[in-house]
Design a protein around this ligand. Sequence first.
Ligand SMILES: [Zn+2]
Length: 280
Amino acid sequence: MKVHISVDMEGIAGVAHGMDTKLGAPHYEYCRRLMTAECNAAIEGCFEAGATEVLVNDSHGTHMNLLQEELDERARVVRGRMKSLGMAHGIDAGTDATMFIGYHARARGGDGVLNHTMRSRDLIDVFVNDEPAGELRLNAALAGAENVPVVLASGDDVLCAEARDCLGEVETVEVKQAVDKYTALSLHPRVAQQRIREGAQRALGRLSSFRPYTVERPTTLRVSWGSTSIAALCENVPGTKRVSSREVEYTSSDFRELYRLLRVYFILSDAALAVPYTYD
Ligand SMILES: [Zn+2]
């Protein structure tokens, strides 16, 4: 049994603020240890439940956060962000299940701790067939395109509700409650790690009860930007339609194509924001 684990940082127990999650920020070195420990808990649960192979994809920021020497040596790790499938990298047809650890709620989906969707700057929202889509739904749909179910999601209470709403009977582990976007009421890290380990075991113990998350095809991806300039730039991608001053959309029957395109849009948005003559 081959298991994939995508690990983000905002949904790790104890993490509450950008000062915890950004490379070079005051608490980052401490919080990457917490992230590594939660990842280890999931890996341990997987092997206890009979996994023969675990592939971990570091999925936060630089995608270079996990302390590799401290990771369970039975797992292999993908480190670095230059990969076309980003947070979902490593999910393929040979994967039996994927787990989303340390995930956070989508932008505009409530007061989830550090809620956002891929980028905070100048993105308003992402929609898949008119359904608001955060990182959880986007990565679940990518896994679904490879026929792989999401069996476990961990994070705050808002993320866990989002996961159940999107995926039905997915196993969830709530490691903290969102008090505000920048404040969390968290379990002790060791308690959270124990629950994640047990959650991973429970999920794989009922693997046959999960179905991959699939979206209706053809599928339309719509992205709503805070800046008309970014929408105008994205419109240059062949096949992209500008549907309003701030929105673009693209339709395809292959979700993997939409996922990769979304990453291209984000790169274009970074380029637009890097132009030094925009002072608004
Ligand atoms: Zn992140």
